[in-house]
Design a protein around this ligand. Structure first.
Ligand SMILES: [Zn+2]
Length: 61
């Protein structure tokens, strides 16, 4: 999966099994480590359609 690294200022490819999922303020986020600079990456995930957060929006902009 590609995630944006703010330190590298570019998208980096992160191995799927190095991505963990968590929640912040009730919102799901994906957490990973940049393979290039080893800084922490996180990315908000839209709620799944069966949750009450606007429904069927695309996962990523
Ligand atoms: Zn990086």
């Amino acid at each position: 999966m590609e995630m944006f690294c703010f330190k590298c200022r570019r998208k980096v490819a992160v191995n799927e099994d190095r991505i963990s999922e968590g929640t912040v303020n009730g919102r799901r986020i994906l957490k990973a480590t940049c393979p290039t600079c080893m800084s922490n990456l996180s990315r908000f995930v839209r709620a799944t359609p069966n949750e009450t957060d606007g429904g069927n929006k695309p996962l990523w902009p």
